[in-house]
Design a binder for this molecule. Sequence first.
Ligand SMILES: Cc1cc2nc3c(=O)[nH]c(=O)nc-3n(C[C@H](O)[C@H](O)[C@H](O)COP(=O)(O)OP(=O)(O)OC[C@H]3O[C@@H](n4cnc5c(N)ncnc54)[C@H](O)[C@@H]3O)c2cc1C
Length: 236
Amino acid sequence: MTGLAERLADLASGAMLDDARVTGCSRLSSEFVRLELSAAAFRKATWVPGAKLQLRPRRGSMSLRTYTPTSWDVARGVTELIAFTHGTGPAAHWFESVTDGRTCEVFGPRRSIDLREATGPVLFVGDESSVALACALRTVSGDVRFVFEARDPAGLTDVLAQLRITERVTVSATSADRADLLRRARHDAPQAPYTLIVTGDAATVHAVRRDSRGWDRKPRQIKGKAYWAEGRTGLD
Ligand SMILES: Cc1cc2nc3c(=O)[nH]c(=O)nc-3n(C[C@H](O)[C@H](O)[C@H](O)COP(=O)(O)OP(=O)(O)OC[C@H]3O[C@@H](n4cnc5c(N)ncnc54)[C@H](O)[C@@H]3O)c2cc1C
């Protein structure tokens, strides 16, 4: 971007986005950061569990990155995010270097998956980017089986334990054919009519949706959303 385009991006962002301050920051592991964000605008927001919040990780650009609040305290104007810092993208870099007291610009919350619609048992399939959604789901449902895929299953299991997601959880090593993940998901599908929630890698969301059509215990409804895709940036 030219200097003028960058200044225009900053001006437009100033008009459209809300300022938030990091009021808590803890590292769950070398790849996971938990942040508490506070903003006056959060006191007026309506949060639906599963909604998204977008963040502008880099000045001079309008490009936003999307995260999932785990909870929302309207009275205090506080929310919490959990980010997986998977690589060298602007958001991963921002979350890696973030510290308490830093400010940022955010947009939202806005509708994404509405977890309140997941009544009854839930089969949750996700990856590292879906950990915050799993936490948000716990605010509305106690009857959940979690099946995760992760590049580092032991590392993710440890992060989930810190978040008290320890029961009815299975973590499969990420693989190109997803055979182990699909086998575990099929195996863990509840007997009673259930909702399948699947988020994370676009290719996994697609594979799970397709595979579930052949399961003996098919989901009564599917809520799926790609959170990222190989070679693409900033999915919304
Ligand atoms: C509705 C929604 C909610 C989301 N909630 C969360 C959340 O709560 N926590 C969270 O950590 N993420 C979440 N994500 C995913 C997050 O927005 C993406 O991972 C985003 O691309 C990160 O931005 P970046 O600038 O780091 O990387 P980008 O610049 O977007 O991408 C750089 C490269 O990294 C790759 N990449 C992106 N994400 C991943 C990943 N997870 N694993 C491996 N490679 C990846 C891309 O394919 C690309 O090649 C959510 C996404 C959506 C759409």
